[in-house]
Ligand binder design. Structure first.
Ligand SMILES: [Zn+2]
Length: 207
């Protein structure tokens, strides 16, 4: 059985949000349409405590975009975003959530960031997503959401490493693109690691 994984479609990643992804809002109608094609849907939610180590504001003399060592893992510093119980951490108001089986919160440990919906960046913390999917007989996952070059990419790579047949729905994602073409690099990396890359129309009209 197949599942749709919707990654971090939250207000802070939408234009106007604290860590806005360009055109991030444009994935919402596409993902809502895609949801009609899936009986099993889960979502991930970036869910940080205010003292999270990935926030530049929590380090003296550090700026957004600088790198630090966060408990042995190289960490880029972000603006404060997706703080627990804030509007920025909520899902986009137009995103349909009725069919979701579960939401997997990530980034709750202040000492480590969590791009992937499966594991922390040091692969110590497990959100439970992999076992939830396996317990429900899911063998194939389709990944969409924000952002292509961070949380979507690492969710795809972990899905592959967990043994799921994995497809990236490329036009149902948007990228941070700190460097130009980070999105294309990320898609190449996912593809080289074994992900199938498709456009939403292929699923909407040919499956
Ligand atoms: Zn985050």
């Amino acid at each position: 059985m197949k599942a749709l994984i919707i990654v971090d479609v939250q207000n802070d990643f939408i234009p106007g949000g604290a860590l806005a992804v360009k055109e991030g809002d444009q994935v919402v109608p596409i993902i809502n349409e895609l949801q009609q094609k899936f009986d099993f849907i889960v979502a991930t939610q970036d869910w940080h405590p205010a003292d999270h180590g990935s926030f530049a504001a929590n380090h003296s003399n550090k700026n957004i975009g600088e790198f630090i060592d966060l408990n042995g893992v190289q960490q880029i510093l972000w603006p404060m975003h997706c703080v627990q119980e804030t509007t920025g951490a909520e899902f986009h108001p137009d995103l349909k959530t009725e069919k979701w089986k579960a939401v997997f919160k990530k980034g709750t440990n202040p000492k480590v960031d969590s791009y992937s919906g499966f594991f922390d960046n040091n692969r110590m913390g497990d959100t439970g997503l992999s076992s939830f999917l396996k317990e429900n007989g899911i063998e194939e996952v389709f990944v969409c959401g924000l952002a292509t070059d961070y949380c979507v990419k690492f969710t795809v790579l972990d899905a592959i490493s967990e043994g799921f047949k994995t497809t990236l729905i490329a036009d149902a994602t948007r990228a941070v693109n700190i460097q130009e073409n980070d999105d294309l690099k990320a898609i190449k990396e996912m593809s080289a690691s074994g992900a199938k890359v498709v456009l939403a129309d292929e699923i909407l009209y040919f499956s």
